[in-house]
Design a protein around this ligand. Structure first.
Ligand code: ADP
Length: 266
């Protein structure tokens, strides 16, 4: 599916995401080890690698659910983990992080919908309260998004009355309603019964095909990763051991650790 490659189409873009020597430790455990990588605007990048290699931590750092131990994370040319004080970078406060984080939406493994709200309220409350758009406009956008995720008839349902796959499609619509530049997807089909996975992946294929949103995905769905990604990063012990276009990583991996990982999961 990757039509024009955002890394080569103009060549002049500043990265939308940049990890600069990022270290993340939990106690004595080093989860990310001086990690450097960038993601271009419009690029779709899949993170693969064994359990515990640090993939989810990368997404959680971008959502500011975790803080870096050292190094700097940049989003849209601005520091996220830090802020400027004069020309010096200092640790960002909550207010700064909240502002920069508005460019990012995330869909989690567990759908995390608000159980006491309808589908419509789940999708419109964020845009109304955080983006300050009118209820009418938020409602119109919710209808469009529900059409895209094929759930127009569930607009007034509560999450408890939806299947896991339907809840996850609402969660995708809710994330997109905030008009993020970046969508983070963390194993969004892992908690679903197998027969519900295809519907969610089809919705994400549509998002990839019809928008220019930048995506960072952690998934075990290797065929899906192959179809939608421009680039795959293979992680082990908090470092990138190999990266390349999906056809190369999946079809002709160079590193033994990539070969062993793919052998185990495919
Ligand atoms: P992956 O997504 O590749 O499976 P994670 O980023 O979830 O890996 O986790 C990397 C490592 O960090 C694991 O060893 C995990 O147990 C550890 N870890 C993650 N979050 C915490 C935390 N809040 N406290 C302590 N250890 C954590």
């Amino acid at each position: 599916m990757p039509q024009s490659d955002p890394r080569t189409s103009t060549g002049t873009h500043e990265p939308l995401i940049r990890f600069d020597q990022v270290v993340k430790r939990f106690g004595s455990l080093t989860v990310l080890d001086r990690l450097d990588f960038t993601v271009a605007p419009g690029e779709r990048v899949t993170l693969i690698g064994p359990s515990g290699s640090g993939k989810t931590t990368i997404l959680r750092l971008l959502m500011t659910l975790e803080q870096v131990t050292s190094g700097v994370i940049w989003v849209g040319g601005e520091p996220l983990s830090h802020r400027y004080q004069g020309d010096r970078l200092v640790r960002a406060n909550e207010k700064h992080q909240r502002r920069v984080r508005k460019q990012i939406g995330m869909v989690f493994q567990q759908f995390n919908l608000f159980p006491n709200m309808t589908v419509r309220q789940n999708i419109t409350e964020g845009p109304i309260h955080s983006l300050g758009i009118s209820r009418e406009e938020a409602d119109q956008r919710a209808r469009e998004l529900l059409e895209m995720v094929d759930l127009s008839d569930k607009i007034d349902a509560h999450p408890a009355h939806l299947s896991g796959g339907q809840q996850q499609r609402v969660a995708i619509a809710r994330a997109l309603a905030m008009r993020p530049k970046i969508l983070l997807l963390d194993e969004v089909t892992s908690a679903l019964d197998p027969e519900l996975v295809t519907g969610v992946l089809d919705v994400l294929r549509t998002v990839a095909e019809t928008t220019d949103i930048t995506m960072l995905l952690v998934t075990h769905e290797m065929q899906f990763a192959r179809d939608v990604s421009h680039r795959v990063l293979m992680f082990d012990h908090g470092r990138i051991v190999e990266e390349g276009p999906p056809e190369q990583i999946f079809g002709d991996p160079k590193e033994e650790r990539t070969k062993a990982f793919l052998h185990a999961v495919l």
